[in-house]
Ligand binder design. Structure first.
Ligand code: 13P
Length: 250
């Protein structure tokens, strides 16, 4: 049986009170599977995540990190602050941050380095727009994103990253990449990392994200190169998240 990584990205959703039953249930669900379960919560709920998830099998973390150690960066959160709340994961380079908050490949690379040197596991996102795919530029785009995001890293560093291929056209749209499309890019991206860092293909963890839901989870997660999922909308409803978490695939 393949051990899958199933990580929820809550984005800017949930309320303080809704997290009580949610975290209580998630701890129980994680106990009942060999899969690795994680959730990335809004910053303001990290305190609650720490209280309810620390010491459990559920990994938790943030959805962003600032690349600077401290200083005049209004509204930003540093690595040491995330440490204070026991975070293990941090999402970096999500397409929503790249598109709406002008995150560049260079800042993504800086954030990845800060996260790794601070002992977090970066959940490093990459993926193309529909226009890029239609223009057949998705392989080049993915290659550039991976190359720039991993610049200056070592083989050990890349083994400590959870990569996540999230085609932008499939995020929150209900349009899912077919399992063959996802497998094709993820296998290609792993090959790039193998060639650049001399690691083995099975040492790289790479997830699929984009309208992953109970009805398509088995098809996507059973693909040989796909190590799990980064789950947006479906992680908000525990019933759906649970059914994805309980997937057992070869
Ligand atoms: P959806 O699952 O809502 O499409 O979101 C995917 C995603 O962006 C996870 O980071």
């Amino acid at each position: 049986m393949k051990k899958l990584y199933l990580i929820g990205n809550m984005k800017m959703n949930m309320t303080k009170s809704s997290l009580d039953p949610y975290f209580t249930e998630l701890v129980k669900v994680a106990e009942k599977t060999d899969n690795i379960v994680g959730v990335c919560v809004p910053y303001v709920y990290l305190c609650k995540a720490q209280k309810m998830l620390e010491g459990s099998k559920v990994l938790y973390g943030a959805q962003n990190i600032n690349e600077h150690a401290s200083g005049a960066y209004t509204g930003e959160i540093s690595a040491s602050m995330l440490h204070d709340f026991g975070c293990e994961l941090v999402i970096i380079g999500h397409s929503e941050r790249r598109q709406m908050y002008n995150e560049t490949d260079a800042s993504v690379n800086e954030k990845v380095k800060v996260a790794l040197s601070s002992g977090f596991t970066p959940v490093l996102c990459f993926g193309e727009t529909l226009d890029e795919r239609n223009a057949n530029k998705h392989f080049d785009l993915v290659r550039t994103q991976i190359e720039l995001a991993t610049e200056g890293l070592t083989a050990d560093d890349v083994k400590n990253i959870i990569f996540a291929y999230e085609p932008i056209w499939a995020i929150g749209t209900g349009m899912t990449a077919t399992s063959d499309q996802a497998e094709e890019i993820i296998s290609y991206a792993k090959d790039l990392i193998v060639a650049k860092f001399g690691v083995k293909k099975n040492e790289i963890i790479m997830l699929y994200g984009g309208s992953l839901k109970p009805s398509n989870a088995e098809d996507l997660l059973s693909k040989p190169s796909i190590d799990g999922g980064l789950i947006g909308g479906a992680c908000l409803k525990m019933e759906d998240f649970e059914s994805i978490i309980y997937q057992n695939v070869e």
